[in-house]
Design a protein around this ligand. Structure first.
Ligand code: FAD
Length: 424
């Protein structure tokens, strides 16, 4: 019997988990990437699987912080001042999504995908023996100011309605859990249902696994459009060739809008640039991932390495490494944990998060080409949402009953809110 073939545009965590699920369902899979597999935003991020992060950025007074950040070049949130109509529209829509009703709607969609992924990860890691420093050790949100520590109680109250509980820690309890933290801190919140991994190693392991299962990975081949017939795609133009297939997935992360004309819909995704600094593991490293809240810096410890990550910069696809922003990561972290920056620097990195204005990914069929599925816009949660997304996309392509309700991730939501026409 001739196998059905799926072509996936984008070899990031979303493309990789989609490939994995399709291979398991008997599809023949080809992944095309404009660069190297696994070297987009999925490469150097913090590697946290955090099902408690159900609230989108809209929920956190981000707009005010962004406006303030425009004035400070080392602020965690920064918008490069420039004339960019798409960015302006994106922020306008972002601001319209800050109300409680919209935030809760996003939270419900995020919750479903995060729970699905958190449930799938351990079995995939174990069954496929993915060598990626997988650890289920919980995580800490750490505070320097009493005001912010107490204010987090409002987040906790919302999360509890979703069945996600944290332990509130006073300073003594916090220092008991992480003795290397500064005694100046006021307290924290502890989640035990979280995990972390080393993203580069995850992507390397997935590459080996997909190849072993028969996937074809084509690199340095930018997809520029589709060969079409009767409202369906027959092939994708990439790297000077036409790669034919029965089904297509666009998992091109922050670059997905570059194909929007071909897809027949607007894709409201902006690149949200983040930075990461990887060092050898310092003696003072925390034993579990920590969010240093007031400075928006994340620390991820691995047995043989350590990473600080953070910042959100809306500056287009400028991939230069700003030393001030890297310095802000280590200076910020050192205020919470003296000695945390003592490791030898191994890697300085930046990546582009695919940011939608409501914090939800897009997982839906192209309105123009019925056999093309879009799977992009995972914001700050692509590693956390990867397995669930892959499963949902494969179910949609294979015409199976989806394991979670796909409606929150539809393109239709953009037209429903009156902000976005879904056809160009
Ligand atoms: C500093 C930082 C820390 C983060 N920490 C976490 C974390 O702890 N946990 C978490 O869950 N998430 C985290 N994230 C977010 C996470 O990294 C992203 O959500 C995720 O990597 C997005 O995956 P993706 O597969 O959609 O995109 P990508 O990994 O960017 O992959 C897209 C791929 O598509 C390719 N591509 C694009 N256009 C084309 C084209 N036309 N033709 C062919 N190929 C194309 C690109 O080359 C790229 O390889 C973090 C991000 C940053 C920046």
């Amino acid at each position: 019997m001739i196998k059905k073939s799926a072509i996936i545009i984008g070899g990031g965590v979303i493309g990789a988990f989609t490939a994995y699920q399709l291979l398991n369902k008997g599809w023949q899979v080809t992944i095309v990437d404009k660069g190297r597999f696994g070297e987009g935003c999925s490469e150097g991020n913090c590697g946290l699987i955090v099902p408690n992060h159900i609230l989108p950025l809209n929920a956190s007074g981000t707009l005010f912080k962004t406006i303030r950040g425009m004035l400070l070049k080392d602020a965690p949130l920064y918008v490069k001042p420039r004339i960019d109509l798409d960015l302006f529209k994106w922020f306008y829509r972002f601001s319209r999504n800050c109300g409680q009703r919209n935030v809760l709607a996003s939270a419900r969609g995020r919750h479903a995908l995060l729970q699905s992924s958190f449930g799938l990860y351990p079995s995939i890691v174990e069954k496929e023996q993915l060598d990626c420093n997988w650890e289920m050790g919980g995580s800490l949100h750490v505070f320097r100011t009493a005001k912010e520590w107490r204010a987090y109680g409002a987040v906790d109250a919302v999360l509890r309605k979703f069945g996600i509980a944290a332990e509130k820690l006073n300073r003594d309890r916090l220092l008991h859990l992480e003795p290397g933290l500064s005694p100046d801190l006021v307290g924290g919140w502890h989640y035990n249902q979280t995990a972390h991994l080393w993203p580069e190693r995850l992507l390397e392991a997935l590459r080996r696994l997909l190849t072993k299962k028969g996937a074809n990975i084509i690199e340095d081949a930018e997809a520029t459009g589709f060969e079409t017939h009767n409202g369906r795609a027959e092939g994708v133009r990439a790297g000077g060739k036409i790669i034919a297939g029965h089904a297509f997935v666009v998992a091109a992360g922050a670059w997905t809008p570059q194909l929007q004309q071909e897809l027949g819909c607007r894709i409201p995704i902006q690149p949200g640039k983040g930075y990461a600094l990887t060092t050898t593991r310092p003696l003072a490293a925390p034993s579990r991932p920590c969010f240093f809240e007031e400075k928006s810096v994340v620390a991820t410890p691995w047995t043989d390495g350590f990473r600080l990550g953070g910042t959100m910069e809306f500056s287009g696809f400028d991939d230069s490494l700003n030393p001030k922003r890297l310095k802000a990561l280590s200076n910020g972290a050192a205020q919470y944990m003296p000695g945390i920056t003592a490791g030898a620097v191994e890697k300085e990195w930046c990546g582009f998060r695919p940011m939608t204005y409501d914090g939800l990914p897009i997982i839906d069929q192209s309105p123009r080409l019925k056999n093309v599925t879009i799977a992009a816009g995972h914001n700050m949660m692509g590693i956390s949402m990867g397995p669930g997304t892959g499963k949902l996309v494969a179910e949609m392509i294979n015409r199976e009953t989806p394991h979670i309700d796909p409606r929150p991730y539809s393109l239709e939501r953009f037209s429903r809110t009156g902000f976005e026409k879904t056809s160009t």
